[in-house]
Design a protein around this ligand. Structure first.
Ligand code: SF4
Length: 312
């Protein structure tokens, strides 16, 4: 894929009380592309994804550029050109309105369709995610967790946005439901031609669904490029540690990386130089004093001072 980026993020920084939690993140997402944001909890993945949509907390100071088709993303784009799939479907659905009514409202508010047409669109949207149209009369609490998440995907895609951002959309589900929900998300993304930013701990899902992957650590990208290259031949010691810790399954939240000691630093307690240095077996004195900047290496970008991992 060589087309112009749909989403362009440049030197994105997000700070709370003067402490940066996202520290100069840059990436592109091309039309129809899936970009996975991965890393341990606290790496800044969700904050980055939400900030891209302008969903940052009020006390956050944001700087850097986020352009969608060359324009800043604003609230006016929500539900039209960009849509969000959260981890917790209940946070996206009103508990006091029927699911079908919420879908109708979503499509009427954007497309101005008459009620009858909007109702037909809502039913069709439910069926497209594997929920019988007649269930439009149900309230969210009458759905299972997997059905609620599929209903949220129906809501996010009903107006065929250009960009979907899914923040750990399956973390709250059991493994069987996770696969179903990811399949539905992939089907709807493909049917609408949307791009997707997928925040996830599930590296199997990354391998299956993401064209490119951005690995985050302590608020920065440490490796960014084609998914197969990164997962098969990591060049950042942090990516290698992440992969070595997760042989075939996803990484539970708040778990330690078995392959490396310690935990990620808190945003206000970063060491000088490379934030991974205290945990990195390859750290040198340069790593402990100088911040590694992203550089091209073996078909991806890597923020590491040294070529300590051989290409396979
Ligand atoms: S810059 Fe140094 S400490 Fe950081 S990942 Fe690379 S080798 Fe390890």
């Amino acid at each position: 894929m060589r087309s112009e980026p749909l989403l362009s993020v440049r030197d994105l920084r997000v700070a709370f009380g003067g402490v940066e939690a996202v520290r100069g993140v840059s990436f592109d997402v091309r039309p129809g592309e899936v970009l996975a944001l991965v890393g341990e909890s606290g790496a800044g993945k969700s904050l980055t994804a939400r900030t891209v949509l302008g969903m940052t907390p009020h006390d956050a100071a944001v700087s850097g550029g986020v352009l969608l088709g060359g324009e800043p993303v604003t609230a006016a784009h929500w539900g039209r050109r960009v849509a969000f799939v959260p981890q917790d479907a209940l946070s996206a659905l009103s508990p006091v309105h029927r699911v079908g009514t919420q879908l109708e409202l979503a499509v009427r508010s954007v497309q101005g369709l008459p009620r009858r047409e909007a109702r037909a669109r809502a039913e069709a949207a439910l069926e497209q995610v594997g929920i019988p149209g007649a269930r439009r009369e149900a309230f969210p609490h009458e759905f299972s967790g997997g059905m609620r998440q599929r209903a949220v995907i129906a809501m996010a895609t009903i107006n065929e946005p250009d960009l979907l951002v899914a923040d750990e959309p399956t973390t709250a589900l059991d493994p069987r439901m996770r696969a179903q929900v990811l399949k539905v998300l992939a089907e709807r993304r493909e049917a609408t031609g949307a791009s997707l930013v997928l925040v996830t701990h599930d590296l199997d899902a990354v391998r299956e669904h993401a064209d490119r992957t951005a690995v985050m650590y302590a608020g920065r990208l440490v490796e960014y490029g084609p998914t197969d290259r990164i997962l098969d031949r990591p060049r950042s010691p942090y990516t290698a540690a992440l992969l070595a810790s997760v042989p075939a399954a996803d990484l539970p939240r708040k778990s330690r990386l078995p392959a490396v000691p310690g935990r990620p630093p808190a945003p206000g307690a970063l060491p000088p130089g490379c934030a991974f240095a205290p945990r990195c077996a390859h750290a040198t004195s340069r790593c402990r004093t100088e911040l590694p900047l992203p550089r091209p290496l073996d078909g991806r970008e890597v923020a590491c001072h040294h070529d300590v991992l051989e290409p396979v």
